[in-house]
Design a binder for this molecule. Structure first.
Ligand code: NAD
Ligand code: G6P
Ligand code: MN
Length: 432
């Protein structure tokens, strides 16, 4: 029987996780589930934890949901630790988005100045979790969702020296769910190959005769048949450019391939309905009202308004595949090990992998054309600088990361945004 510990248990996404575990119980017999949060999230955890218990009680399985504000109470004997915390909650994200936008640059949960600051706040916390795991559950797997998922996962390997970790994201899951229908195929007739970085990957698609059908996916996208995550504005890639890439980019590439248009759109929202975090706070409040209902014992429809829909498919499938040693194809962040020869072997990449008891075995993707290789290497090196700055608290390194980041113009305005964000988030940045 399996013990699961979920850090950031007060997240409104928790019911989705429970649903995913209930669906897979025959393959993954869970004995107990622990939710861990901090004082700031206590009320959220109590509401969503009661909801999680009702979901289990309505299922055929006897599982107890424990809640604690002390993760050292939860960790002993854990088999899998999943992380879905947000340091500073959504109020911190509002600042990540609004401050850069007020200087005319994109601020986004995982991209640009905001994404880098989310990494600065998160990486010290994940490293302290790893220290506790070394002591209290040295055999456990760490299944990380906390964004920026790629950088957070890489820090665990690079600075935490913990290899039993994978980083997950719902974006590839969404693509593999939406695209087959859009090209008139069933998912079982297609083979997917992903490679790149978290929120910056591309993919190719083949049919089971081995013919590449990526072009059909690109055409279906251009015909408006493929949507994408709820949180990313649906601006269309420039067709000629998209066709030249020869791979299907993820929807987050819009921030880079269409920086000007995405910035304009973000400024419009900033001036009218508010940034994404401000919108999400509304959705979150509605969700918690629903979760308070003592008769609600299933995941409500409204959760689909959040960008992370289907994340539990990635999480629960990964855990079930490790537990059952099934060697299932899953897209996740793991060590490169040559899958992308344009990057060093030790860095973290988000790729197609086969997942079993020994973890994730990344599938070789091969070298990229210089047009995309340039992006890949720039973004990876930017990430490495962000992680180094997050660990050392070195101001010069943070400024270098800002300068490398394509969404931050170099020069004094970038420095001013860095300074203002450092002040705004001071409470959560003891290292600086
Ligand atoms: P949220 O604002 O609800 O935060 C989740 C919980 O984390 C809160 O209850 C908060 O109190 C708690 N928390 C904060 N600091 C903590 C700490 N030090 N230890 C334990 N708990 C702590 O967040 P959300 O909107 O539900 O998202 C949760 C996280 O998951 C975010 O980091 C988000 O970016 C990430 N996410 C990732 C994906 C993905 O594709 N990888 C998908 C969805 C969400
Ligand atoms: C998904 C991403 C997640 C991200 C979420 C944001 O596209 O994969 O990593 O956290 O969207 O959704 P939200 O509803 O919080 O804006
Ligand atoms: Mn993601």
């Amino acid at each position: 029987p399996v013990k699961i510990v979920t850090i950031g248990g007060g997240s409104s996404y928790t019911p989705e996780l429970v649903e995913g575990f209930i669906k897979r119980y025959d393959r993954l017999p869970i004995r107990e589930m622990w939710l861990v949060d901090v004082e700031e999230g206590r009320e959220k955890m109590e509401i969503v934890g009661a909801m999680a218990q009702r979901m289990w009680d309505a299922s055929p399985y006897k599982v107890k949901v424990h809640m604690t504000l002390d993760r050292r109470e939860a960790l002993p004997g854990a088999d899998f630790v999943t992380t879905q915390f947000r340091v500073g909650l959504l109020n911190a994200r509002v600042k990540d988005e609004r401050i850069p936008l007020s200087y005319g640059m994109l601020g986004q949960e995982t991209n640009g100045a905001g994404g880098m600051f989310k990494a600065f706040r998160t990486i010290p916390v994940i490293l302290s979790i790893v220290e506790d795991m070394k002591e209290l559950c040295p055999d456990a797997w760490l299944i990380n969702f906390t964004n920026p998922s790629g950088m957070v996962t890489e820090s665990v390997m690079r600075y935490g020296h913990w290899d039993k970790v994978v980083g997950l994201c719902n974006v590839p899951v969404g693509a593999m769910l939406d695209e087959p229908g859009a090209i008139g195929r069933d998912a079982s007739e297609l083979v997917y190959r992903f490679a790149g970085l978290n929120h910056f990957h591309w993919h190719r698609v083949f049919d089971i005769q081995g013919h590449e059908v990526t072009d059909q996916v690109v055409d279906a996208y251009l015909a408006g048949k493929v949507s994408g995550p709820a949180n990313i504005p649906g601006l269309e890639f420039i067709p000629e450019q998209l066709k030249a890439v020869g791979m299907m980019p993820c929807m987050y590439h819009r921030y880079y391939y269409l920086q000007e248009e995405m910035l304009r759109h973000a400024i419009e929202e900033y001036n009218t309905i508010g940034t994404r975090a401000q919108q999400v706070k509304q959705t979150e409040a509605e969700l918690f009202e629903l979760y308070k209902d003592p008769n609600l014992n299933y995941k409500p429809e409204q959760l689909a308004k959040r960008g992370g829909a289907h994340y539990s498919d990635a999480a629960c499938e990964t855990i079930a595949s490790i537990y059952g040693n099934t060697n299932t194809h899953i897209v996740l962040t793991t060590r490169n090990n040559g899958a992308l020869p344009d990057l060093p072997p030790e860095v973290a990449v988000e790729v197609s992998a086969y997942v079993g008891a020994a973890g994730a075995q990344a599938v070789a993707f091969g070298p990229l054309h210089p047009a995309q290789r340039g992006w890949l290497q720039l973004m990876k090196n930017m990430e490495l600088c962000v992680e180094e700055a997050a660990v050392t608290g070195d101001y010069g390194m943070a400024l270098q990361a800002f300068t490398l980041n394509p969404l931050v113009p170099s020069g004094k305005t970038g420095k001013r945004v860095l300074d203002e964000l450092l002040i705004a988030h001071k409470k959560y940045l003891p290292q600086f």
